[in-house]
Design a protein around this ligand. Structure first.
Ligand SMILES: *Cc1c(COP(=O)(O)O)cnc(C)c1O
Length: 242
């Protein structure tokens, strides 16, 4: 068995253990493979091991890997910061969900393009739960308003929320981020806004997936723990906001 297979097995084990501890069923938690910097060959190995959901951060990588992944059975999410002028490409390269919807101007542009192409798109609202300046995402206290506004576009289906937890070895501080996302979900759910589903909570990565699962994650995004360390620093993928 190859390394990727083994790593996936070990992640599945971690998911199962965390679910057991949290009194949840492992099938309540889906795994997305965070495939930034990962070659199509290695992505295919993971798909052959039975995975089917991948996530890219950059349009450039969507483009570069598109042809080689054509014909393999998979679903693609966009999980990076999205500039309005790249929306066309995200549609072109078969993304089924944009997890990083974080501002009304982006939703407006997305709606325009979707109407032009007679398509629809699932999104998650990205919430900045860590309060770090460097992270994208709407502030938790502004999330409800954004959901309200985005829900008015009939081309866009909101499916839930996404966050990147604080990078910290302090488990309790990381946990607070995930609790904030859960609380935001509750607040929005109570409003019962038409055209808004809040079932999906995308949170938890290689280093903090157990905490995320304990706090209610339905979708975890795993990169390093499956594919190994990346050559680029994460700051390349999470540019400073300006
Ligand atoms: C890279 C990335 C991940 C995965 O991070 P790892 O620590 O490598 O598991 C998850 N979410 C987003 C948005 C990412 O950019």
């Amino acid at each position: 068995m190859n390394v990727i297979n083994e790593q996936i097995k070990s992640i599945k084990h971690r998911i199962a253990e965390a679910c057991l501890k949290a009194g949840r069923q492992p099938n309540e938690v889906r795994m997305l493979l965070a495939t930034k910097t990962v070659s199509p060959e290695r992505i295919k190995m993971a798909l052959q091991a039975g995975e089917r959901l991948i996530g890219e951060n950059k349009v450039q990588e969507l483009r570069d890997k598109y042809d080689e992944l054509e014909g393999t059975f998979h679903e693609k999410h966009f999980i990076g910061h999205l500039q309005s002028n790249k929306i066309k490409d995200v549609l072109k390269y078969g993304v089924s969900c944009i997890q990083s919807m974080d501002r009304l101007s982006l939703a407006q542009k997305l709606d325009q393009r979707l109407r032009f192409e007679k398509k629809t798109m699932d999104v998650l609202i990205q919430v900045n739960t860590s309060g770090e300046q460097s992270k994208f995402g709407v502030r938790p206290e502004d999330a409800l308003d954004l959901v309200h506004e985005v829900s008015k576009f009939s081309t866009i289906s909101i499916k839930g929320l996404m966050t990147i937890g604080l990078f910290s070895s302090e488990a309790e501080q990381v946990r607070r981020c995930f609790q904030t996302l859960k609380r935001t979900q509750h607040t929005i759910q109570k409003m019962a806004i038409p055209n808004v589903a809040m079932g999906e909570l995308s949170m938890g990565m290689s280093g903090d997936l157990e905490i995320a699962i304990e706090e209610g994650a339905t979708l975890i995004r795993v990169g390093t723990a499956i594919f190994g360390q990346r050559d680029y620093p994460d700051s390349y993928y999470w540019p400073e906001r300006n």
